[in-house]
Design a protein around this ligand. Structure first.
Ligand SMILES: [Zn+2]
Ligand SMILES: [Zn+2]
Length: 249
């Protein structure tokens, strides 16, 4: 199975990442990745970008050197009501929104509270992907989260960095359980590299192990064709076109 796109990358603007858009284009080209989404952290991340960085992505060409770029963000879920750190006027311009729990932005709660945070975030019509939900720091009721994703047509990310990231150690068993249930319920999944340097774009080795282990059907994996991902985003109401910009005050 060939995965041709990456929905989760961070540029230098995220504050603790080390590459530029140019670097990602070059790395994607070298690795046979046809499309990537630029998903820098939301502004609540310590050292994260100013909201104007997130809002101004219309200046990024849709395609550079044959590589397509989606304009996105990894929003921070800030409370158990599922509120995120980006206002509607900014996210409505973007192509792809990941929503994730990070312990520097929200103190991990009980299983009930963390589950509520993810399920409530999915009520936000702009959110496309729930990021790294296998993180054991934020225990969740997997069944409720995956069922909510099914109901809202939201993609569940299986995050390649989680298995090697000391901050999210112990993720693998949870990710396997999440992926298994996604398969059973027919929920769309996506492999995200969560690259913080361009060399890691399209790095999916550990996610592929999980997909192989559970025999994840290819039609549920959103990385296998650009058209499949874009069709999903269009169905969700994303225009993937230029947007009239609200002047930044
Ligand atoms: Zn994250
Ligand atoms: Zn990330």
């Amino acid at each position: 199975m060939k995965l041709v796109l990456d929905t989760h990358t961070h540029t230098i603007a995220s504050g603790h990442a080390y590459s530029t858009v140019h670097d990602y284009v070059n790395a994607a080209k070298a690795k046979g990745i046809e499309l990537f989404a630029m998903t820098d952290h939301g502004p609540a991340m310590p050292g994260g970008p100013n909201i104007f960085h997130i809002g101004n992505q219309r200046v990024i060409p849709r395609e550079i050197d044959g590589i397509e770029i989606l304009r996105g963000v990894e929003a921070n879920i800030m409370d158990f009501e599922g509120n995120i750190d980006i206002d509607e006027m900014y996210i409505e311009r973007l192509d792809l929104i990941i929503a994730s729990l990070h312990d520097v932005c929200i103190e991990p709660g009980s299983e009930e509270e963390n589950t509520k945070a993810l399920v409530n975030a999915m009520n936000n019509k702009y959110i496309d992907i729930i990021g790294h939900s296998g993180n054991p720091k934020f225990p969740i009721n997997i069944e409720r989260v995956v069922k909510a994703a099914k109901e809202k047509n939201i993609i569940i990310e299986i995050n390649n960095s989680s298995f090697n990231n000391p901050g999210r150690s112990g993720s693998k068993d949870n990710c396997i359980a999440i992926a298994r249930l996604a398969k059973e319920l027919g929920v769309k999944v996506v492999a995200g590299s969560d690259a913080h340097i361009s060399f890691d774009v399209g790095k999916f080795d550990t996610v592929l192990e999980v997909f192989e282990l559970i025999n994840m059907p290819e039609d549920l994996i959103m990385n296998t064709s650009k058209e499949k991902l874009k069709k999903h985003l269009l169905e969700k109401g994303k225009s993937l076109e230029e947007k009239t910009i609200t002047p930044i005050k």
